[in-house]
Design a protein around this ligand. Structure first.
Ligand code: NDP
Length: 243
């Protein structure tokens, strides 16, 4: 077994998840990296010793659990779960399809709940472990065309604080990172052209937003690197020019 404990990262195929995987890989942690497009994970600049890659849709609790149990059989218990997988589909409440609402709620909320449920029984019995959920500035501030996405991220805020209180007594840490707008693949899934144009115009109006995904990865590691008896409950991190 490797010296360092197992870290599980969802949504590791691009954006914040890929950068977080690189940072912890450089620090020598064994990793379980999850996404649907695992070929993209295999292309990351990683040392693939002690890296297990599994194709998982986080909304499927069985797939998610099987992957974690497989990794734990190799590397030992999960010490950190980064619930990062998410999608943002912008749209007006009247015209956005229910299918897009479902996709966001299933991934951004059910996916996070699934991950927490899978690892928490063992973490609470070991009296150790950390979960970091990735929310958004849109998890505490409203934006037009974000009804379902905002609902999902406000939901992540609520469930994270609820579970933090539920497990605090067992010394398990539950934290939240709320990033602002950053250049990742997040916008590539938006189907509503007007919503996308409005979002891009909003970014341009602030002179272009420059939150480097690597800074989000560093924030996640900063939270994790605190002693187990210290929980950073939440960090919101955004480009300085973001309103
Ligand atoms: P990306 O689109 O670059 O990355 C999203 C990741 O989530 C991908 O690896 C994707 O992998 C994975 N994913 C999506 N759906 C599923 C699913 N059902 N099951 C498993 N994996 C899934 O975007 P970001 O890096 O920006 O997003 C990461 C998180 O950060 C999200 O929760 C997002 O809401 C949040 N966020 C992003 C902001 C931004 O401006 N970029 C701002 C605030 C928050 P694959 O498609 O291969 O499954």
């Amino acid at each position: 077994m490797a010296n360092k404990p197992l870290i599980v990262i969802t949504g590791a195929s691009s954006g914040f998840g890929a950068k977080t995987a690189q940072l912890f890989n450089q620090a020598g942690y064994p990793l379980l990296l999850l996404a649907r497009r695992i070929e993209k994970i295999k292309e990351l600049p990683l040392d693939f010793n002690n890296v297990l890659i599994e194709q998982v849709d986080v909304s499927n609790s069985q797939e998610f659990k099987q992957a974690i149990k497989k990794a734990e059989a190799i590397y030992g218990p999960t010490d950190l779960l980064v619930n990062n997988a998410g999608i943002m589909l912008l749209g007006n409440i009247v015209t956005q399809s229910e299918d897009e609402w479902q996709k966001m709620l299933q991934t951004n909320i059910i996916g996070v709940l699934n991950g927490m449920k899978i690892v928490l029984e063992d973490m609470t019995s070991r009296n150790s472990g950390t979960i970091i959920n990735i929310s958004s500035i849109a998890g505490f501030k409203a934006f037009t065309d974000h009804a379902a996405y905002g609902a999902s991220k406000f939901g992540v805020h609520g469930l994270t604080e609820t579970v933090r209180q539920e497990v605090a007594n067992s010394n398990v840490r539950i934290s939240l990172v709320s990033p602002g707008a950053a250049e990742t693949e997040l916008l590539t899934h938006v189907t509503n052209e007007k919503s996308l144009d409005d979002y891009l115009a909003w970014k341009d109006s602030m002179g272009g937003l420059t939150l480097d995904p690597e800074k989000v990865a560093e924030t996640i590691k900063f939270i994790y690197d605190m002693p187990q008896e210290v929980t950073i409950r939440e960090i919101a991190i955004a480009a300085t020019k973001q309103q």
